[in-house]
Structures are given as structure tokens and as C-alpha cells.
Write a protein that binds this ligand. Structure first.
Ligand SMILES: [Zn+2]
Ligand SMILES: [Zn+2]
Length: 133
């Protein structure tokens, strides 16, 4: 079985995932734009029981456009967003793909919230597009 390793920008937070992502996607919602400072987030979803994480994460809670409480978890030292949790998907962690040691292994399947996309943000046209989540 594959193991995925990653860390925050400064390395204070490290993680290892024993298993495969359940879903990999890009999200063009406004919150993901703000969190990443770019046109979309790139995320993969794994159950929290296959994740071992070391280091401290700080969280910022907000309400998503579809009413879930989203917790954005970031390294308090370097500020790098590492993962998110959603009240709508208990037990799942949404990792930011570029925190991976080998981010080229990330294979997005879907684009969410294309209805909020920016005119300068282009994504792979072969991906399945959802206007909302
Ligand atoms: Zn850090
Ligand atoms: Zn989003």
C-alpha cells in the first residue's frame, strides 16, 4: 500500500498517510481562493484514522457556502494551510495537495464551485466540472 508524506512550509508539521485518497479535487470557491491566495485549492480526502500527524496545527472556523462549518488548519509558525475539516464530512481530512513531499502523485478528478471561478484561473478541461460543491 502506498504511503503519502507531507509537511508545512517550515517543517514543524509533518504527516504520513497510510492509504490512498478517497477523492482528489480542485475547488474554486471564494474561501479556497482566499485560503490559497490563488484561483483554486487542490485537495485530497482521506479518513483521519489512516493519518499520523506530528506538530501543532491552529484552526480557523468558517461557514461554507453550503452551510457546513469548515475548519482551516494551518501551521502557527509559518502560516501554511495544511488541511481542512468539514462538519458535513465527519472523520475526513481534506489535505492541501502541494503540502505533499511528492505533489506530482496528486491526480485531481473533479472541479467544485466552478460558478465562483476567476476569469484568469484555467483548469484541465478534461476534469468533471460541478458548478457548486
Ligand atoms: Zn510550518
Ligand atoms: Zn472551496
Amino acid at each position: 500500500m502506498n504511503s503519502l508524506k507531507g509537511q508545512c512550509l517550515c517543517g514543524s508539521v509533518q504527516y504520513e498517510i497510510k492509504g490512498e485518497p478517497q477523492l482528489s479535487f480542485l475547488c474554486q470557491c471564494r474561501q479556497c481562493q482566499r485560503i490559497t491566495g490563488a484561483g483554486h485549492s487542490a485537495e485530497f480526502v482521506v479518513p483521519d484514522e489512516i493519518v499520523s500527524l506530528s506538530g501543532e496545527l491552529k484552526s480557523y472556523e468558517m461557514k461554507s457556502d453550503n452551510g457546513n462549518i469548515i475548519s482551516s488548519e494551518f501551521c502557527p509558525n509559518c502560516g501554511n494551510p495544511v488541511l481542512k475539516k468539514s462538519s458535513g464530512y465527519p472523520g475526513l481530512l481534506f489535505f492541501h495537495a502541494a503540502t505533499l513531499e511528492n505533489p506530482e502523485s496528486f491526480k485531481p478528478q473533479r472541479v467544485f464551485w466552478a460558478s465562483s471561478s476567476q476569469p484568469w484561473d484555467f483548469v484541465d478541461p478534461s476534469l468533471e466540472v460541478k458548478q457548486k460543491a
